[in-house]
Design a protein around this ligand. Structure first.
Ligand code: SF4
Length: 182
């Protein structure tokens, strides 16, 4: 999937008076094509999601495809805190051992640029991903172990003022975006 704005992104809620768009960035794999590393997507069945789509609030993007990765691709993880990825003390590695830190940071930067350009104030991202994880990520051991923390995309969006929610917290995301647009 190339990260093209979806057709449904053509309209969006605007701030009263300011004319600023208020959109929601969503991981490209949520209810989308099977673009995850293991060639799957993430199904979210929710009337909230359906309403967002009907209201043209959702724009979708995949950081890893934007960074040039293919599908399928090896799983990738990092140890420690995501801040250590950005400061160069904890690399993102594929299970082959290949260091893909620069590509992951590049993908995160592209995601932030896109989200800001599209007027996104919140994001709903696939949890657990080294890019999109927002409440937990895998710990770098490729053992299935996880710990609390964000992926590189979620952290960089947060640093740029975009509130991030996992795909399991649509109600909280909806309340946030409604408050932003009321
Ligand atoms: S980088 Fe994010 S959007 Fe892309 S496949 Fe992984 S979880 Fe989905």
């Amino acid at each position: 999937m190339e990260n093209e704005p979806l057709p449904r992104a053509s309209k969006a809620t605007h701030d009263r008076g300011s004319g600023r768009r208020r959109r929601i960035l969503a991981s490209g794999c949520i209810n989308g094509p099977a673009i995850r590393y293991n060639q799957t997507n993430v199904e979210v069945v929710s009337p909230i999601w359906d309403r967002w789509v009907a209201e043209d609030l959702v724009v979708q993007f995949c950081a890893e495809l934007a960074a040039g990765f293919a599908t399928p691709r090896p799983p990738a993880e990092f140890g420690g805190d995501v801040r250590q990825v950005f400061d160069g003390t904890s690399p993102v590695r594929e299970d082959t051992g290949r260091d893909v830190t620069n590509q992951f940071i590049d993908g995160a930067q592209r995601t932030v640029e896109y989200a800001l350009e599209q007027g996104c104030v919140a994001a709903v991202l696939t949890d657990g991903s080294p890019s999109c994880g927002s409440t937990y990520v895998y710990d770098g051991s490729f053992s299935g172990a996880t710990h609390t923390g964000m992926g590189v995309v979620a952290q960089l969006l947060t640093d740029n003022g975009i509130k991030v929610f996992p795909e399991t917290q649509l109600e909280a995301a909806d309340a946030y975006i409604r408050n932003k647009t009321s």
